[in-house]
Design a protein around this ligand. Structure first.
Ligand SMILES: CC(C)(COP(=O)(O)OP(=O)(O)OC[C@H]1O[C@@H](n2cnc3c(N)ncnc32)[C@H](O)[C@@H]1OP(=O)(O)O)[C@@H](O)C(=O)NCCC(=O)NCCS
Length: 241
């Protein structure tokens, strides 16, 4: 796993409140068997629980072999991030009442994965460059975000925001899969009616793409985009790069 960053969420369980720390990290590439299994369970849970939010379906992916799941996580030019709950750690209360939580990652099956986001780099996206709705981005290096899912019991705790920020950092730092020095832009598609996901994306710096909004049916999907290299964009305005 890549370097995790730790947060803490408050869960109300029965009548008492307990702190459940969570970590956001990248799945190793290639993944371990444990990671492959955890990812498969989380992805299938999303496809089974709220299939309307995915471009795939449960029946199709439930039939994947273990090797197919591993291959999905091993491809070069993409990264999958997860948020995981871990109970291991110690707390320290300061005189001013501030409580620090010092955590260590639990390894193996003690950990519960509850959220995920995948970012695909330019090597996966040739057909996006032919998409008319993305014409204004033809001279950019495109990335896309897919597979956004947080288990219902763990929503509204900032996990999707944390996962998006991890994906953004990965894109910013990616030097292996770019197209020269053209500015990087992350695009994603979302149903207009998915107000929650749209709010998460807006809060994390995405904006609707004008062409896509103009063309789209009110019930249709809309493209949103996030400029990762605004300074480069100013140096190479669209069409001149
Ligand atoms: C979209 C989704 C990933 C958000 O996950 P999450 O971890 O709950 O999101 P966050 O906690 O980071 O939410 C950040 C902000 O989004 C908004 N938001 C999240 N859930 C919301 C809700 N139910 N109602 C209104 N606003 C909401 C809020 O502004 C929230 O910030 P706040 O809690 O400080 O008010 C989750 O709801 C999900 O898995 N939905 C189904 C799958 C899906 O829609 N995927 C996207 C397909 S494009």
């Amino acid at each position: 796993m890549g370097s995790p960053c730790y947060r803490r969420v408050t869960l109300v369980k029965g009548s008492h409140v307990e702190f459940a720390p969570y970590a956001i990290s990248a799945i190793s590439n290639p993944p371990t068997e444990e990671e492959t299994l955890q990812y498969k369970q989380l992805r299938l849970s999303g496809l089974r629980t709220q299939p309307q939010f995915f471009g795939s379906n449960f029946e199709r992916e439930a039939a994947f072999t273990d090797d197919a799941w591993k291959a999905r996580l091993s491809a070069s030019g993409k990264a999958t991030f997860i948020s995981s709950l871990t109970r291991k750690g110690s707390t320290r209360e300061h005189a001013n009442g501030v409580v620090d939580t010092l955590l260590e990652r639990e390894s193996g099956s003690g950990e519960q994965w509850v959220g995920t986001v995948t970012v695909l780099g330019p090597t996966f996206l040739e057909e996006l460059y032919r998409n008319e709705e993305l014409f204004e981005l033809r001279n950019r290096t495109l990335y896309t975000i897919v597979g956004v899912w947080v288990e219902p019991a763990f929503r509204r705790k900032g996990m999707a925001g944390g996962l998006m920020q991890a994906a953004l950092s990965w894109v910013r730092e990616d030097t292996q899969h770019g197209r020269g020095d053209t500015p990087k832009v992350i695009v994603l598609r979302v149903h207009r009616s998915n107000a929650v996901a749209r709010e998460v994306y807006l809060r994390n710096g995405f904006q609707d793409l004008a062409e896509s909004v103009r063309n789209g049916d009110p019930n249709d999907e809309v493209w949103m985009a996030h400029d990762v290299d605004p300074s480069l964009r100013d140096a190479h305005p669209t069409g001149d790069a």
